[in-house]
Write a new protein. Structure first.
Ligand code: ADP
Ligand code: MG
Lengths: 312, 334
């Protein structure tokens, strides 16, 4: 017994620190979510300080639950996170498999591939929405304009002109609009996080057993079968890791949403919480607790799904 | 059928010629062992036959058909790797089924073949396990099962027993020989262990630095090694090789005498030496003899035991008709 006491004693500060680190914010959020607590209310000034006297029970939760914005935010959160996960995993696997072969300049290509990951999220959003996706000045505007000009030129060409005169003029898409802003966010975050997936998958591919591949070749497996039956199962665990880490990160996206459209049409849960927190801390805290629950559900669900489909 | 012929087969890696042009014929149903020290090109040769490695020059024929440009899966050969190379995410059943699945064979046939293979390899109880849950010997049997169900023209084994412990190795050795007797399919077996080669082979191919030193049955190699390398490589303990004046007495640049062809006496004999370490195996004793003035250390093998202590003086006499003579080019003098 005695020889265990000292190690335990020495561990205590670290354990305590971790507990405080996690439990205090969570405890405070829980507490705020059960009281009326607003930053500014002229009629009821007693609500502006957090106090147990202002106990509201599940009132904040009911209030949030009954708001359309809350459900839209959850929908948007799921749409954005799931789309990004889907795209980054598929692109990541494809690129990793391609880059894993040897070709001249592979070193440089690998470094370039990783570089988007080092761009700050806010800068990434500014770059994409202004320089790439802008319907007039961005690459998109220029490209659409260029295509329209080419088509217009072809209309007067002999023979094929008749065919092209039927084509409508293309319109650039405005990615700050309510209907499209979520897609802009998905695109820019996918661009930024695909390198992360590539990096992890590439490391894993390098530990792939070459003799297994040779055995499969002798067994008559073509390129696709080797990929499907050897490489993909081998990548099962790294894919689960990528999905897990990204799910946690992307559920809390904020900067991109703020910069693309100030939440117009693509509010996710953090953004919704942020807006509530401008005044109603109680409701914001209740939403925060909902967000914690959602994150756990998503994590468990995704892990199960990835594990099931790939490991077997 | 599984007659394999190598014609002027050559392999160069970068600017290193690993296999200089080489000719070899393996008859249908033969158990051929490629043996040689590590790095001599045995695996490379086997992989070229399998099609996993391109030939720099030359041609390979299977059953009189040139397969040099035929992809590995179409050559009708099955290979068992040293690391087993099982598919870790699949059960034993799926591992064995894999080649049939790739060939598009229907499930009923697949299952019948799997069950037959599993029965003959004692794997029936393990069909639903993953390779990670099996012992080394069981994994090796799964790898063999995966090869059997393809009904190949020839089996290729690349040091299949190297990862097993000594006791298992002897058991698996027998199983593979048993399998060969039963299937009567050509087998090419690569090993660096001359004991495996001697015990298993119909025909041994001794390789050194990519060059075939000798091809022959185990006893041919034992009794009439073509050169000094084969003489030293085949047989355990190693043959004693003596150069200089003593060899000249026999009209040779060097002579060789196997440890089992020396007679030992404590009082008289041709050569005199001092007893070093003795290894007692019970049935046999290997005695290492020093200070003979002929070579560094001579090994003698005697039946049973002898009362000789470390440091004692001992006399050795070769059985004259068992002396191997080699010329200055290390070739055997008939
Ligand atoms: N892919 C390769 N590239 C370059 N050299 C190789 C390659 N594979 C084998 N070698 C060389 O060829 C020689 C023979 O190798 P190997 O056939 O594996 O020998 P063994 O199986 O007899 O031990 C070794 O010197 C090895 O370094
Ligand atoms: Mg080898």
């Amino acid at each position: 017994m005695a020889n265990r006491t000292i190690p335990r004693l020495l561990q205590t500060p670290a354990v305590l620190l971790l507990l405080v680190w996690m439990l205090v914010p969570l405890g405070m959020t829980l507490f705020f979510s059960f009281i009326r607590y607003v930053l500014n209310n002229l009629r009821r000034p007693e609500w502006t300080s957090p106090s147990i006297e202002n106990w509201r029970g599940f009132g904040n939760y009911k209030f949030v639950w009954n708001q359309d914005g809350f459900w839209l935010a959850i929908q948007n959160s799921l749409l954005i996170v799931c789309s990004i996960l889907f795209l980054t995993v598929i692109l990541g696997v494809l690129i990793a498999v391609l880059v894993n072969r040897s070709f001249p300049g592979r070193g440089i290509v690998r470094v370039l591939l990783i570089s988007p990951f080092f761009v700050m999220p806010a800068v990434n959003a500014v770059l994409w929405i202004n320089m790439i996706l802008d319907p007039v000045l961005g690459l998109q505007g220029i490209a659409v304009g260029g295509i329209n000009e080419v088509i217009a030129g072809l209309r007067n060409a002999p023979l094929i002109g008749g065919f092209f005169s039927l084509w409508p003029e293309l319109n650039p898409i405005s990615f700050r609009a309510t209907q499209t802003s979520a897609y802009a966010v998905i695109m820019m975050v996918t661009w930024q996080w695909t390198p992360f997936a590539v990096l992890i998958f590439m490391t894993s591919l390098q530990s792939e057993d070459q003799q297994q591949k040779e055995a499969a070749i002798l067994d008559g497996a073509g390129r696709w079968s080797q990929f499907r039956f050897l490489t993909l199962p081998h990548l099962g665990r790294p894919i689960a890791i990528v999905v897990m880490i990204q799910a946690i990160f992307h559920l809390s996206l904020y900067a991109e949403i703020e910069i693309v459209s100030r939440g117009n049409g693509n509010k996710n849960l953090p953004y919704f919480i942020g807006e509530l927190a401008n005044n109603n801390i109680g409701a914001a805290s209740a939403t925060g607790i909902f967000a914690v629950i959602l994150a756990n559900i998503v994590a468990i669900f995704l892990l199960r799904m990835v594990g099931k489909t790939l490991m077997e | 059928m599984g007659r394999i012929a190598l014609n002027k087969v050559k392999k160069v890696f970068g600017d290193v010629e690993v296999i200089p042009p080489l000719d070899l014929t393996i008859d249908d149903g033969e158990f051929v062992v490629f043996v040689g020290p590590s790095g001599c090109g045995k695996s490379t040769l086997l992989r070229m036959i399998a099609g996993l490695e391109d030939l720099t020059a030359g041609a390979i024929e299977i059953d009189d058909e040139d397969v040099t440009e035929v992809p590995p899966s179409k050559r009708g050969l099955a290979m068992v790797f040293q690391s087993y190379a099982l598919y870790p995410h699949m059960t034993v059943r799926k591992n064995i089924a894999f080649p049939m699945r790739m060939a598009g064979i229907d499930e009923a046939t697949q299952n019948a073949k799997i069950d037959a293979a599993a029965k003959s390899l004692n794997l029936t109880d393990y069909l639903d396990r993953k390779p990670g849950q099996l012992s080394g010997g069981q994994r090796q049997r799964v790898a063999i099962g995966r090869a059997i169900v393809r009904e190949p023209a020839a089996f290729l084994f690349d040091e299949p027993l190297s990862n097993l412990d000594a006791a298992l190795r002897v058991g698996m050795r027998l199983e593979i020989m048993e399998l060969h007797k039963k299937l009567e399919t050509t087998m090419i077996y690569v090993t660096h262990d001359q004991v495996e080669a001697m015990t298993m082979a119909d025909k041994i191919v001794v390789l050194q630095a990519g060059v075939i030193e000798q091809v022959g049955s185990p006893l041919e190699l034992y009794h009439t090694p073509r050169n000094k390398f084969v003489a030293g490589f085949i047989g355990s303990p190693k043959m004693n090789l003596i150069e200089g004046a003593e060899a000249e007495k026999h009209g040779a640049a060097s002579i060789g005498i196997r440890p089992e062809h020396l007679t030992v006496s404590k009082s008289e004999g041709t050569w005199k030496g001092r007893v070093g370490v003795a290894e007692h195996l019970g049935s046999d004793t290997f005695i290492h003899v020093h200070d003979t003035g002929l070579m560094d250390m001579m090994t003698v093998r005697i039946n049973g035991d002898i009362d000789a202590r470390h440091g004692d003086t001992i006399y050795l006499s070769p059985q004259v008709d068992q002396i191997h003579r080699f010329d200055a080019q290390d070739l055997r003098i008939a």
